[in-house]
Design a protein around this ligand. Structure first.
Ligand code: DX5
Length: 219
């Protein structure tokens, strides 16, 4: 299975979002991540349903929606209707993780569960069969441009092995601080999807060059 680089629009130019998403797609990337933040689960507020609707209407991008919000189960249906293709909820943000993941899958979307750097992998052990994605946060969520937390590498490996043992096709996605210096170690540890925000949109380099550099750094 090849490694997928998923640009996170958190670091894109929101005054020119369609332009930036088109540049990502022109570089051959089909999936983008939309980071939804509520100012409660994380100390930041970002975007919500209108941006998902606009991206679905204006682009062919596959939309991976990362809900960094409390009580995400209250919003799953609306984000699905808005055009999400993948929805990830945080294990720390809901009392009913099993129900939330079941709901996402029942809507025909891919389901992800994310865990923060301080959260042990075992939190996901009972829901592994429901996961298309186990999202290992390699930064404390809320902001782009943070430093990769090396201590999560064993967690990536543990979850990659656990998902392989379940055999439902679930993979590990790593999110946070992914750049040309860290992507190789994350992939070597077992990540199959790598979310990259600032290393795609904020380097001052062209988006195409930034993506190519990440693709080359995987190996
Ligand atoms: C939570 C967000 C970020 C973003 C990636 O903070 O989920 O991790 O997607 O941002 P970078 O790649 O700039 O760390």
């Amino acid at each position: 299975m090849t490694v997928e680089i998923i640009p996170s629009i958190l670091s894109a130019d929101f005054a020119n979002l369609e332009r930036d998403v088109r540049a990502v797609m022109d570089a051959g990337i089909k999936k983008i991540q939309v980071d939804v933040m509520d100012g409660r689960f994380v100390p930041n507020i970002s975007v919500g349903l209108p941006v998902v609707r606009s991206l679905k209407a204006q682009t062919d991008a596959v939309l991976d929606v990362h809900l960094m919000i409390v009580e995400p189960e209250r919003w799953i249906e609306q984000f699905a209707e808005a055009g999400a293709d993948v929805i990830t909820v945080h294990a720390e943000a809901t009392v009913h993780l099993h129900r939330a993941l079941t709901q996402i899958r029942a809507l025909g979307l891919r389901a992800g569960a994310a865990i923060n750097p301080a959260t042990p992998a075992g939190v996901l052990s009972e829901v592994l069969p429901l996961l298309d994605l186990a999202v290992v946060m390699s930064v404390d969520p809320g902001f782009g441009g943070q430093r990769f937390i090396e201590a999560v590498l064993p967690k990536i490996s543990h979850l990659a092995s656990a998902l392989n043992a379940v055999g439902n096709g679930g993979v590990v996605q790593v999110d946070g601080g992914i750049d040309v210096n860290t992507i190789g170690r994350a992939v070597a540890a077992g990540a199959k999807e790598c979310v990259a925000g600032s290393s795609v949109f904020s380097l001052g380099d062209s988006i195409a060059h930034a993506i190519k550099a990440l693709q080359e750094a995987v190996h």
